[in-house]
Structure formats: structure tokens, C-alpha cells
Design a protein around this ligand. Sequence first.
Ligand SMILES: [Zn+2]
Length: 231
Amino acid sequence: MLRNAVRQTKNYVHALLLRGEAYYCPLCDESYSAFIDRQICPRCRSYERHRILWLYLEHLLRQQRIRLGGRLLHVAPEPCLAKVLMRRFDYLSVDREPGHAMQVADISALEFAEHSFDVVICNHVLEHVYDDRKAMSEIQRVLKPGGWASLQVPMRSDAPTDEDPTETDARERLRRFGQEDHVRLYGFDYFERLQRVGLSVEAVTWKDFLNRETAERCVATNDPVFIGWKL
Ligand SMILES: [Zn+2]
């Protein structure tokens, strides 16, 4: 609790020092003279991937392709996104560890009925999960027809997925999969895996829904958003 308060105060002071007009964070609706390390919002600590996802959500809401107040499941919730999602959706967050979300849940065995959610946000999770096919199927099952999931993962496009759930050596995981607690590094077959569980996949970039000026001001010009639609 105290650590949270100290962090929030630090972020607040940081944001005050970087007050300005050059950059804009749509998550905290504030503008700044700079982002930390050219990409982190000084106030809410969002990265580019969080801002582009939020901008895309706003776009879908404006287009009425998703419903304001719809049911949203946020897996392993990023605090900067949780705050804004709660205001727009009927929001529920889950995490496999206690204390990180509203409920404890295993993404590979969700206790929700099928067709429960309009939106699932599950970013940077699947690369940690042993049985990712099961997790993808669960996401597809709990989505309503016409619903969609944001499924961002680290991936490379020049090789297939490298995975090994039996690999437990942290240094070897870091070398092969990019992080000590990852069990795979996704490759060009990632979309195929999502399609196999019945999701229709799209990689959305800023060019699909933003003008260059807004994208550059929000620093949202590189990361695509990986979306799986349940048709
Ligand atoms: Zn922010």
C-alpha cells in the first residue's frame, strides 16, 4: 500500500516536470514535453503497446463495432489500461497469482460460461502458458459471437515458434525464449494457432485507423495490435 502511494507520488511529480504539448497520452488524457526513454508515459507508465490498443478500442467504440458498457475480461491486468477500461466497460480482471487482479483464475481452465464476454484483453500472457492451445480455446469459448480478444505476444516473423515446456533452466529460457519465465517464442505460425481454435485474426497498425500526427504525438507508430475475432 505504502509502496503504491510512493510510486504514485513519484509518477505525479515526474508528470509535472514533463508538462508540455509535444506528446499526448490517451490513457491519462494529458500532454507532455517528452515520454521517458521516448516511449513511457511519465504519469500512467503506459508503453506504446498500451496506447495503441486503447486508441484502437476508442476507434471501435466510435464505430459502434463494440458496445460501451459491454462485458470485458482483462487477464493479467496492466494497471494503466485497467484504470481506463473500468470506466467504459463492465470490467472484470483475473490473474493466476493472488493480489494482482479482482479474481484468481487459470487462463487454461476458466470458470466462466461460454459467450460471457464482449472483449478479452490478454496481452503478454500466452508466452508464459504451458498449454497455449487450451488457453486460446478458453478465450474463444468465453467470447460472445462477434466479440474480440487482444492477444499481443512477443514474436519474430522470420522463423516458426520455438517452444519447450520441459525446459526449466532459467538461463536457457532467457536465451531461447527471451525471458526467464517464458516457455516459448512465437514465430510466423502464431496466427495459424489462433485460427485453429476458431478465431479470425487481424494485425492492426496505426495506419488502419489513425492519422500520422496523432500516432506520432501518442508514440504509437510501431507495435501492431493482434486481434482475434469470434465470428
Ligand atoms: Zn499516461
